[in-house]
Design a protein around this ligand. Structure first.
Ligand code: ATP
Length: 239
């Protein structure tokens, strides 16, 4: 699989009933680029990612990847177009083994040498998932479950990984491990779209960020600029 091509999101809107959660937001993620979406609780970050993935209905908007129109692609088919998704709250199958969870991530592909190689890569990235392969996912710690959720998304061989608050509920040390993994994926050329409230993770891994407020883009900038902006630090990241 080559580079992902640029993801473009244009005029994306989400309404729940009559209430607007996201209004006409747009951004791009270039191949190998890592973009963050930050904003206060309820700003519309999760809704933006879900609408991108087709997991909530969009009331408007256009999505393309490498020039290909994905606007009408169903959620379960997004993965075949190279977009992997790590949902907020992990959603691992707690009764199934770690290995079964990983294999489910590759469901859109036949189980073959490619998938086996990918499993080896995931084990190399997260050794604990190899050590605990036969344990039920529910027996893993929160941090390990987050690693499993990322590993599961990688099993489909995405070129763009969309992550919703991977640091949620994790200790600073584990946030550091997630940061290391995302940096490694970036080095390998993976494009990343990251919703995060943790400043260290956001600014450590992204090159630019979109700041959302009330469902709209309030600001965009390089992560270096935004990390120095006192208003961003105070209002959006609670520093
Ligand atoms: P958080 O960090 O708390 O997840 P967020 O920035 O991701 O916040 P969203 O979860 O996208 O924000 O929510 C945006 C707005 O839409 C909020 O006002 C929220 O209450 C509302 N909302 C989210 N999901 C639904 C839903 N399923 N039904 C109705 N309203 C919703």
């Amino acid at each position: 699989t080559g580079p992902a091509g640029t993801l473009t999101v244009e005029d994306l809107s989400v309404h729940y009933g009559g209430v607007r959660a996201v209004g006409s937001i747009g951004f791009t993620v270039a191949p190998g680029e890592s973009v963050g979406i930050i904003g206060a609780n309820g700003a519309g970050k999760t809704s933006t990612l879900k609408a991108l993935m087709g997991l909530v209905p969009r009331s408007g908007g256009r999505i393309t990847l490498g020039g290909r129109d994905l606007t009408r692609v169903r959620a379960r088919d997004m993965v075949r177009h190279g977009i992997g998704y790590v949902p907020e709250g992990r959603h691992v199958f707690s009764g199934l083994s770690v290995e079964k969870n990983l294999m489910l991530g590759a469901y859109s592909r036949p189980w073959n040498d490619g998938t086996r190689r990918r499993l080896d890569e995931v084990h190399a990235l997260f050794p604990v998932l190899g050590e605990m392969r036969d344990r039920p996912a529910g027996a893993l710690s929160g941090g390990q479950q987050q690693m499993l959720a990322i590993g599961r998304a990688l099993m489909a061989g995405p070129r763009l990984l969309v992550l919703d608050e991977p640091s949620m509920g994790l200790s600073p040390k584990l946030v550091g491990s997630i940061l290391d993994v995302l940096l490694k994926l970036r080095e390998e050329g993976m494009s990343l779209l990251l919703v995060e409230q943790n400043a260290k993770l956001t600014f450590g891994v992204t090159s630019s960020c979109v700041v959302m407020e009330n469902g709209e883009v309030a600001m965009t900038g390089t992560s270096a600029e935004l990390s120095r902006d006192p208003r961003v630090r105070e209002v959006y990241l609670g520093l």
